[in-house]
Ligand binder design. Structure first.
Ligand SMILES: [Fe+2]
Length: 353
């Protein structure tokens, strides 16, 4: 029987529900499935996130992070981290569909040994003073609010020569890398890499409005290892003084790759914003699920009608396309990071203001 004849016979006899089910079972044996049963689910009219808005209050989570210091050493754990799992994605080691986040603890005198991996990482420092990260031989000493990059494939290690524990937020593009099944990892036996460049070397070389001779300006990763909060916050103050305050985001800048003007990394992009006291932001929607950190201040972000009340060092997440607005009770600074560069590169990113 040819295809047309088979289709006619199907119309006559097999159109009922039971007939369809039997048909689905038959095609399933050949690893096929009917598109019409799933079309609406896989191509919705607009983004329908499966993530939940969520917040991790530092006062609740930091004692538990500190407790992990007595359970396992940084050396044994490789990295001593509590993963922030989106409540709707438990067991998947992710805070959004595309990003991993965790709170890392490094105790005084500890070393987290060198390694490198395909996933790119950022650190945003929450607590402590004076621990360091080394990236490809540059040693940077970290303070709260610092934004530290370890791009894909770069050798990095951490250590704490200070007297206090340090906690930072790690964000990595692990789910994105694993979506493409492209992850490689390499561990090194030596305790720490040799320091070849001092603290702030890359910031001075590449973040001063000049570029050293021979700089490859096509690099998709920013060459700057640390964007220190002490240098970044005054920029926000200048924006506020000049009245450059967006009605949705407040006074905000984008962390930039000074070689290209683009995002700091191909997979993750970040902003820092200042919300003046009593700021009431307008509603905003964007397709990138976004992780926020309150660096200073106090306020609330309304996400789909539900208020996430935040204070200093709290971490919260706004899922894709959920309407949200920020309100600040005190002058507040918010750090934010998302997969927007990937969405833009693929022509998918969209916002609604
Ligand atoms: Fe790492």
């Amino acid at each position: 029987m040819n295809v047309v004849a088979q289709a006619k016979q199907g119309k006559k006899g097999n159109g009922g529900r039971g007939g369809r089910q039997a048909y689905y079972e038959r095609i399933s044996k050949l690893d096929m499935a009917p598109l019409w049963e799933v079309l609406k689910a896989i191509i919705p009219d607009e983004p329908k996130t499966i993530c939940a808005p969520a917040i991790w209050h530092f006062k609740d989570v930091s004692p538990l992070v500190a407790e992990s210091g007595s359970l396992i050493s940084a050396q044994e754990a490789t990295r001593r981290v509590l993963v922030l799992e989106n409540p709707k994605l438990r067991g998947q080691s992710r805070i959004t569909q595309s990003l991993y986040a965790g709170l890392q603890l490094i105790m005084p005198g500890e070393i987290a040994p060198p390694h490198r991996h395909s996933p790119a990482a950022i650190r945003f420092i929450l607590d402590g003073e004076g621990a360091y990260t080394q990236v490809e031989g540059e040693k940077t000493v970290m303070s709260p609010g610092d934004f530290v990059l370890t791009p894909s494939g770069t050798i990095h290690d951490h250590g704490n020569d200070s007297k206090k524990p340090m906690i930072w937020l790690d964000v990595l593009d692990v789910p994105t890398v694993n979506f493409f099944e492209t992850c490689f990892y390499e561990h090194f036996e030596y305790e720490r890499q040799n320091t070849r460049r001092d603290h702030a070397d890359s910031l001075i070389r590449y973040g001063s409005g000049v570029l050293p001779d021979g700089t490859d300006t096509a690099q998709r990763n920013s060459p700057i290892v640390n964007y220190p909060y002490a240098k970044m916050r005054p920029i926000l103050e200048r924006l506020v003084r000049a009245g450059d305050i967006d009605p949705h985001h407040g006074a905000r800048f984008r962390y930039a790759n000074p070689l290209t003007g683009g995002w700091v990394m191909p997979t993750m992009g970040a902003h820092l914003s200042l919300l003046p006291k009593n700021f009431k932001g307008k509603h905003y929607q964007a397709t990138d699920s976004t992780i926020f950190v309150c660096v200073e201040g106090e306020g609330a972000t309304k996400v789909d009608g539900k208020a996430l009340e935040w204070g200093a060092q709290d971490v919260f997440v706004v899922p894709s396309w959920m309407t949200h607005s920020h309100a600040a009770r005190k002058e507040s600074v918010l750090f934010s990071i998302s997969d927007r560069p990937v969405q833009e590169a693929l022509g998918l990113w969209r916002e609604k203001v």
